[in-house]
Write a protein that binds this ligand. Structure first.
Ligand code: SAM
Ligand code: DTB
Ligand code: SF4
Length: 323
């Protein structure tokens, strides 16, 4: 049964379940609702990099931190489509374009992004964008262009949010998610582990996600990639058990969501990642770069898939199952 009425106490109890039992429960829910032999392969491309006005403490693309990230204007459509083609050839079924923007503005750049969305959609891939805040009207335009999903993370709890970002509010984030939903676009929303948050903050974030009117179709769980020059550069490395706990709890709370083992895989062994898949993760970002930081290569991931007997999930599977 899919529930949106979880209480904080219930989420806390799941999160604090002894690990073996937690993994077992999450794996049980996972096999009940999903094909456990399948993992969705997504590719990210930063179509506009750096120079962002926001102060997100983790982010290498914020203009105010000296991180060595070069500012790059919006890429050309042809170049973007070439990346998408390569990603598709390498086995990726979802292509996510990211822009270091606070919000979308109604200008020529947005028109170009709409064109890119159209182009990638026509290639038969699920197109996703992460462009910052959106109005309902902009969300509708993206939907009309063929956008499949929109990524917009809550990152952490409402309570801890102000310690990480001061240039926008948690409510701004929730409003954009609502706008995306109203446009009929699939919602991708998750967070980051390792920002210096408490277990309570993690529990509260998971509770917020699992009690949205509809669960996000995708829930990315990122481990902080500490980047030199950001305020969080010296944060401790995230322990694999922290990732497993987050993923397993998300899986139990939101049985049908694609739970994505997102940033941080370069510092995880295959055994670590296997634990995450057992705990219910069924999606990854593949390709040697996330937005600005390194990620395992397609070849490394395909070797891992082969070893674990996993196969990439086909594109538009939900829609195909519905007909
Ligand atoms: N600018 C848009 C926004 O903030 O919504 C879209 C791009 S932004 C880079 C997308 C997400 O990447 C952030 O919400 C955050 O969750 C994640 N992210 C950014 N830097 C990260 C880091 N160093 N480690 C882990 N995740 C990170
Ligand atoms: C998400 O949750 N993680 C991705 C994607 N959504 C946009 C981004 C991770 C970024 C990691 C830091 C970087 O490469 O710049
Ligand atoms: Fe800008 Fe997004 Fe990075 Fe925040 S996370 S600084 S909004 S690019």
């Amino acid at each position: 049964m899919i529930r949106n009425d979880w209480t904080i106490a219930e989420v806390e109890q799941i999160y604090n379940t002894p690990l073996m039992e937690l993994i077992y429960r999450a794996a049980t829910v996972h096999r009940e609702y999903n094909d456990t032999g399948e993992v969705q392969v997504c590719t990210l491309l930063s179509i506009k990099t750096g120079g962002c006005s926001e102060d997100c403490a983790y982010c290498p693309q914020a203009a105010r931190y000296n991180t060595g990230v070069n500012v790059q204007a919006l890429m050309k459509k042809e170049e973007v489509l070439e990346y998408a083609r390569k990603a598709k050839e390498a086995g990726s079924t979802r292509f996510c374009m990211g822009a270091a923007w606070r919000e979308v503005r109604n200008n020529r750049d947005f028109d170009h992004v709409l064109d890119m969305v159209k182009g990638v959609n026509e290639m038969g891939m699920e197109v996703c964008c992460t462009l910052g805040m959106l109005t309902e009207e902009q969300a509708h335009k993206l939907a009309e262009a063929g956008l499949y999903a929109y990524n917009h993370n809550l990152d952490t709890s409402a309570e801890y949010y102000g310690d990480i970002i001061t240039t926008r509010t948690y409510d701004d984030r929730l409003q954009t998610l609502d706008n995306v939903r109203k446009a009929g676009v699939s919602v991708c929303c998750g967070g980051i582990v390792g920002l210096g948050e408490t277990h309570e903050d993690r529990i509260k974030m998971l509770h917020t996600l699992a009690t949205l009117p509809e669960h996000p179709e995708s829930v990315p769980v990122n481990a902080l990639v500490p980047v030199k020059g950001t305020p969080l550069e010296h944060n401790a490395k995230v322990n694999v058990w922290e990732m497993v706990k987050m993923i397993a709890t998300a899986r139990i709370l939101m049985p049908k969501a694609m739970v994505r083992l997102s940033a941080g895989r370069t510092s995880m062994s295959i055994a670590d990642q296997t634990l995450c898949f057992m705990a219910g993760a069924n999606s990854i970002f593949a390709g040697e770069k996330l937005l600005t930081t390194p990620n395992p290569t397609f070849e490394e991931d395909m070797q891992m898939f082969q070893m674990l007997g996993l196969k990439p999930r086909e594109a538009f599977k939900n829609e195909k199952e519905m007909v």
